[in-house]
Ligand binder design. Structure first.
Ligand code: PGA
Length: 252
C-alpha cells in the first residue's frame, strides 16, 4: 500500500495577511516542481485563510485551518465552524493540537466531535495525538496515545476513515528542537496503525500518519523513511520558505 506523503505547515499564531502572502509567493516558487509524490498544505491563522486561499489558486499547495468548533453555527463568540472553513477553501482542519489541549481546554471527546464536524463539512481532519515528557518517562506513551486515538476516532465509521489524517506529535518535541528518534516515532506510528486496524480493518493501511515535533530539513529524510511515517506536520520550520521546501524535498 503506497500512501501519498503529506507535509503540512502549521503557522500557529504567526503571519499577518501581508506576511502570509509573501511566504506563499516564495513557497509557490520553491515548490512548483514538486508533483504527485507529495501533497503539501499550509495552515495560516484564520485571519489569513481567505487571502491565502486566493494566493494558492492554480498551485500544488492546498489550504488547512488550525482549529474549528464542532457546531455548525450559533452563539459561540470567537469561534469558527467547519462549513465556514470549507467555504473559504480549506481541505483540511487540524484538530486536537497539543497547544489547544494544553491552553484552551480541548478534550479527547471534544476533539472527536471536531473531527466529525470536519468530515461532515466535506473536509479531512488532521487529528493530533501525543504524550507529554512526564507520560513518556512514566512509560505511558502507548496508553496515552491509545486513549486519544480511540476517543477521537471511535465514532467515525470505516467508510470515512480513509479521509482522516493522524499526526503523532510528542509534546516534548514540539518547538523544543528535540525530535523523537526515527525509531521512537516509528514505534508509536506502528502502534497507532494497529489501533486504526482494530477500528477500521483494512482501511487502516490507507490512513496517513504524520510525525510532528521539531521536523527540520536535516532530520526529515530519516523520519520520512520509516514505514509508518507518511508525512510531517511542521511548525517552526514552516515559517521560512527555504526550510519548509527543504522538508518537502526530502521526500519529493
Ligand atoms: P514544531 O511544531 O515543528 O515547531 O516543533 C510542530 C507542531 O506543533 O505541529
Amino acid at each position: 500500500m503506497t500512501r501519498r506523503c503529506f507535509i503540512a505547515g502549521n503557522w500557529k499564531m504567526n503571519k499577518t495577511v501581508s506576511e502570509g502572502l509573501a511566504l506563499v509567493r516564495e513557497l509557490r516558487g520553491a515548490l512548483s516542481m514538486v508533483r504527485d509524490r507529495v501533497e503539501i498544505a499550509v495552515a495560516p491563522p484564520f485571519s489569513a485563510l481567505h487571502p491565502v486561499a486566493k494566493a494558492l489558486e492554480d498551485s500544488n499547495l492546498v489550504l488547512a485551518a488550525q482549529n474549528c468548533h464542532f457546531e455548525e453555527s450559533g452563539a459561540f463568540t470567537g469561534e469558527v465552524s467547519a462549513p465556514m472553513l470549507k467555504e473559504v477553501g480549506c481541505q483540511y482542519v487540524i484538530v486536537g493540537h497539543s497547544e489547544r489541549r494544553q491552553f484552551f481546554g480541548d478534550t479527547n471527546e471534544g476533539v472527536g466531535r471536531k473531527a466529525q464536524a470536519v468530515l461532515k463539512a466535506g473536509m479531512s481532519p488532521i487529528v493530533c495525538v501525543g504524550e507529554t515528557l512526564a507520560e513518556r518517562e512514566g512509560g505511558k506513551t502507548l496508553d496515552v496515545v491509545s486513549a486519544q486515538v480511540k476517543a477521537a476516532l471511535g465514532s467515525i465509521p470505516a467508510g470515512q476513515g480513509e479521509r482522516v489524517v493522524l499526526a503523532y506529535e510528542p509534546v516534548w518535541a514540539i518547538g523544543t528542537g528535540k525530535t523523537a528518534t526515527s525509531r521512537q516515532a516509528q514505534e508509536v506510528h506502528a502502534h497507532v496503525r494497529g489501533l486504526l486496524k482494530e477500528l477500521w480493518g483494512t482501511t487502516a493501511q490507507k490512513v496517513r500518519i504524520q510525525y510532528g515535533g521539531s521536523v527540520k530539513p536535516d532530520n526529515a529524510a530519516e523520519l520520512l523513511s520509516q514505514p509508518d511515517i507518511d508525512g510531517a506536520l511542521v511548525g517552526g520550520a514552516s515559517l521560512k520558505a527555504a526550510d519548509f521546501a527543504g522538508i518537502v524535498k526530502a521526500k519529493a
